[in-house]
Design a protein. Structure first.
Length: 359
């Protein structure tokens, strides 16, 4: 028998390639580019906060090194004892970090602040579900007893407001449009730390902060000296006048935050070291730290004290007071006054400024 062979069935002829006209390519590319541009412009213009971005380098001033008396013996327990501290030279931002400066940071990095993130339920297992939404603390004026009793476990003039953050300091219906030169607030400690690293700076130690706030004066009660604010119609800081927490009369010219440089600088040329917005420091908070603080360039305790004023987590130091400080309830706009808050907390009276080591 002959060898069996297989013949391949011929393929049908392939259809001719379709020819597309080339004239449509350029208009299509232009249309896609136009749509993308419109979307980008709409996104950018819709974020009023980023439109306030200011890339001008923040002004800094050299703080000369020296020795000073930190704290006071006639103040609250955590300001005692008064003790001598020696500080090395450093440079400090002349003002609190402004909305414009913080917006430039966010625009460059895409950073999302703590108040813009939903809290982790595992970190706060006992939290009210209402508070497990992105937001922050906002001061609400009201008639209320200064020291209780209150229905809430905390002062009732503080409300957790979903949607409150540095872009919307008092809630979603507020904005920082036109407030480029106001302090950036609703800033948590870790937000301030992130900005400082991006800017090639750091947060001041508590000792550096107080040394700078005193402006070269020795154990004076105020950053500007001895005269109480308002005497003779002279105002040196943005604080609270009137009946707290019901009404700020604005006798100093402002109700709420003021633009930076609205009041005279201290002896080192620093603005708003008293009042306007609280400022974060790098230190952990321990009410008894002064008794053990080293003399030279103290950096604070290695860890924060627990269960201070009922707070379960360790806290970082804040200094300087804010526009809510008054003589009846919160007289913490004086240079020796200490305050603290958890690192992930923010509020519409809390901001920061940065420092650099002197070269």
């Amino acid at each position: 028998m002959g060898k069996k062979t297989h013949t391949q069935k011929p393929n049908p002829a392939a259809p001719p390639a379709r020819k597309f006209p080339l004239w449509w390519i350029l208009p299509t590319v232009l249309l896609v580019g136009l749509v993308a541009s419109v979307l980008a412009i709409n996104w950018y213009s819709g974020d009023e906060a980023l439109r306030e971005a200011d890339n001008t380098p923040p002004e800094m001033v050299l703080i000369p090194g020296g020795t000073f008396w930190m704290g006071r013996n006639d103040g609250p327990a955590d300001e005692q004892p008064a003790h001598e501290v020696t500080i090395a030279p450093f440079s400090m931002d002349v003002t609190e970090v402004t909305v414009g400066q913080f917006a430039a940071f966010v625009k460059a990095t895409g950073y999302v602040t703590v108040a813009e993130r939903d809290p982790d339920p595992q970190k706060y297992p006992d939290a009210d579900p209402f508070r497990l939404k992105a937001g922050s603390a906002v001061f609400v004026p009201m008639e209320a007893p200064l020291h209780g009793p209150w229905v809430t476990p905390y002062p009732p003039w503080w409300r957790y407001v979903p949607g409150a953050n540095w872009r919307h300091p008092e809630g979603p219906k507020t904005s920082v449009k036109g407030k480029k030169n106001y302090p950036a607030v609703q800033i948590a400690w870790e937000d301030a730390e992130a900005y400082a690293k991006w800017a090639g700076k750091r947060l001041p130690t508590e000792a550096e902060w107080e040394y700078a706030a005193r402006g070269g004066l020795d154990r004076k009660p105020y950053c500007w000296g001895d005269e109480a604010p308002g005497v003779g119609g002279k105002w040196y800081a943005n604080a609270y006048q009137g009946k707290f927490p019901a009404e700020d009369t604005g006798a100093d010219g402002f109700i709420g935050l003021a633009p930076v440089k609205s009041f005279p600088p201290n002896g080192y040329g620093l603005y708003d070291m008293s009042g306007n917005a609280w400022e974060w420091c790098s230190d952990w908070y321990d009410p008894s730290y002064y008794a053990a603080s080293p003399k030279d360039n103290p950096r604070g305790p290695p860890a924060g004290a627990l269960m201070v004023d009922g707070e379960k987590q360790p806290q970082r130091v804040r200094r300087g007071g804010s526009f809510l400080c008054d003589n009846d309830y919160c007289r913490r706009y004086v240079p020796s006054a200490r305050d603290k808050n958890p690192p992930d907390s923010s509020a519409n009276h809390t901001g920061f400024r940065c420092v650099k080591d002197a070269k």
